[in-house]
Design a protein around this ligand. Structure first.
Ligand SMILES: Cc1cc2nc3c(=O)[nH]c(=O)nc-3n(C[C@H](O)[C@H](O)[C@H](O)COP(=O)(O)O)c2cc1C
Length: 471
């Protein structure tokens, strides 16, 4: 493993972080006169955003998603609904092909829960998108924690964290079989002279009989450029790190300080090694919000202006949803303490408690902090100050880059393109053009396929070489 210190100048990678909702991580900002969040249900907004991201050479757009709602705060959904706090929320998949059509290089990563939808239909949809985007698709594998998300699917209880990850492990086996083993290379013949479309001897039925899933049949889709989409994961509990060590090629993190991230990065890299992979087979992106201007003064003025629109109550409702703790029952000046949670995400709470014991957060402070940019840091300043902070976080925590959240959209991404990108490029810390190939190759992979060390590669029945059988 290369230490962060021995590789101080690694290129900083950046994704943009979004949700098909009027609010993602900065509740209240949709009221700002320059904000376009209320257009979340239009293709114009998403296509314009995709073009802006590509102008910034951003690696990918990461679309969060869940069918859960923030109904823990006050024991109901009122606060979330009143502020549009991640409700309503649309299916993010629909906008992806329009964004892909308007861009050439931007990666498009979408969240889907490995406990909800049958793996067969999901695998087919991802393969379709990977074809349509010519290999620019990524999947954020989540396991869920909200009771509301299982109740709409006819279940009463959320499975325990361990079981949710066990189900996800088997889900991965099923989708690897479909993506990697069903169609051999060369199965799709497309021979206009003979009239043979596919060679039946090279298309294999998947027979999966497991504890949670039974699947019999061929993958409905011929192999897409990446076969398996680039795999991301966002859980950081010990079990989450083990899952990530096996499957993830990228991890989305969040935490208010560097201290919180460092052990998670080191722990997950160690899990990758235990799983027979390389520590550097996983890239880490932490959530961050940038508020910048040409000068420090301009940036601070922007921040003060934004603050006039924040709704900390909605931020608390979102954090209550994340953790399963009803913070409306707490005194605002009460310090937040760690407790073990199974329904919610202990790791969200850990970031504000035991991972940094020197910093005591009260409920009020947490609500204010999370009201702009959620659980990640907010970097406010002139381009050189922001670039200093970005470099510092990458070099000290061994992350690979950031997941850029926003206060005001698309202003945050326009500012990133115009002010931060040139500063990082001048320091040699940011690309000056996209690498060719699929998303996996753009992120540094040697081929468009999972590398040989990845457990998904074990399902192959074909020699591993870049697959280019789509037109
Ligand atoms: C940056 C980040 C983004 C996440 N995005 C989603 C999401 O879009 N949908 C979802 O259901 N969970 C999301 N999660 C939650 C995680 O997938 C995971 O369920 C949670 O962190 C609990 O897992 P853990 O207990 O292993 O930490 C996200 C978590 C983080 C840190």
């Amino acid at each position: 493993m290369t230490s962060a210190a021995s590789n101080p100048k690694k290129e900083i990678r950046v994704n943009a972080f979004a949700l098909h909702s009027p609010v993602h991580h900065s509740p209240g900002m949709w009221r700002h006169p320059r904000d376009r969040s209320l257009e979340y249900n239009t293709l114009d907004y998403w296509v314009d955003l995709a073009k802006t991201l590509e102008r910034s050479l951003i690696d990918s757009l990461f679309m969060a998603d869940s069918i859960g709602v923030n109904d823990v705060h006050g024991g109901n959904l009122d606060t979330a609904l009143r502020h549009g706090a991640q409700v309503p929320k649309q299916d993010p998949l629909m906008s992806l092909s329009a964004m892909a059509y308007a861009t050439r290089n931007l990666g498009l990563c979408v969240t889907s829960n490995a406990n909800h939808e049958p793996p067969y239909v999901f695998a087919r949809r991802m393969s379709t998108l990977d074809h349509l985007t010519r290999g620019r698709i990524g999947w954020n594998i989540v396991t869920g924690f909200a009771k509301s998300s299982v109740k709409v699917l006819g279940k009463d209880q959320v499975a325990s964290r361990d079981e949710r990850y066990d189900i996800a492990d088997e889900y991965m086996d099923v989708v690897y079989k479909l993506w990697e083993s069903s169609w051999e290379n060369g199965a799709s013949v497309r021979d206009t002279a003979t009239g043979v479309f596919a060679d039946p001897s090279k298309v294999h039925r998947v027979d999966h009989e497991g504890k949670y899933f039974r699947v019999q049949g061929i993958h409905m889709t011929e192999p897409s450029p990446q076969r398996t989409p680039v795999l991301f994961q966002a859980g950081s509990s010990a079990r989450g790190q083990r899952f990530a060590g096996h499957h993830a090629e990228g991890i989305y993190l969040s935490g208010p300080s560097k201290k919180v991230l460092t052990p998670v990065v080191a722990g997950t890299r160690a899990e990758a090694v235990k799983a027979g992979r390389d520590a550097r087979d996983i890239q880490f992106f932490t959530m961050a919000t940038i508020i910048t201007g040409r000068t420090t003064r301009e940036a601070r003025d922007k921040y003060e202006d934004y603050r006039r629109y924040v709704t900390p109550e909605a931020a608390l409702a979102m954090f209550s949803g994340w953790t399963g703790i009803d913070f409306s029952t707490y005194d605002p000046d009460e310090p937040i303490r760690y407790m073990q949670l199974d329904a919610g995400t202990s790791s969200a709470l850990e970031g504000f408690t035991r991972l940094d014991p020197e910093r005591i957060w009260t409920v009020r402070e947490l609500a204010l902090h999370n009201a702009i940019g959620g659980r990640g840091p907010v970097f406010i300043g002139a381009p050189n100050e922001v670039a200093d902070a970005l470099e510092d976080w990458v070099d000290e925590t061994d992350i690979d880059g950031f997941n850029l959240s926003y206060a005001v959209t698309p202003e945050a991404y326009e500012d990133f393109a115009d002010l931060i990108v040139p500063e990082l490029q001048a320091r040699g810390r940011y690309k000056t053009r996209y690498a060719p190939g699929t998303l996996r190759e753009k992120l540094g992979g040697r081929s468009s396929l999972l590398n040989e060390r990845h457990p998904g590669a074990a399902f192959r029945r074909y020699p591993s070489r870049p697959l280019r059988n789509t037109p």
